[in-house]
Design a protein. Structure first.
Length: 107
């Protein structure tokens, strides 16, 4: 995981998405607040490319710019089941990974 964090900090978007997908970027994963804030800053523009609902779900689940929330809480707001919220989350994460791969292959 340390290697993923280092690569992400060096601007490797695929490493950043892998870190986010596998571990999240919360206090338990990245205890150093400065590093965590920097990772969040790198992640925010990537999330901005997602549809609004997918952004809302990921930011709420991982506490990006807001308090962390559960699938149930998010589902209540959106009037979706927990299962539907999880499906949208997985789709958003796949979309992030895919966008990183395609942007790197076009460079």
């Amino acid at each position: 995981m340390e290697e993923l964090i280092e690569k992400a900090l060096q601007g490797d978007n695929e490493a950043l998405i892998s870190l986010f997908y596998s571990y999240g970027v919360g206090e338990s994963t990245v205890p150093d607040r400065a590093v965590r804030d920097r990772l969040m800053g790198l992640l925010a523009p990537l999330l901005d490319n997602l549809p609004e609902r997918e952004q809302f779900i990921l930011k709420s689940l991982y506490g990006i710019g807001c308090e962390k929330r559960t699938l149930a809480e998010i589902g209540e707001d959106l009037e979706f089941t927990q299962v539907r919220v999880r499906q949208i989350k997985e789709k958003a994460l796949r979309r992030l990974k895919s966008s990183c791969r395609s942007s790197e292959s076009s460079e």
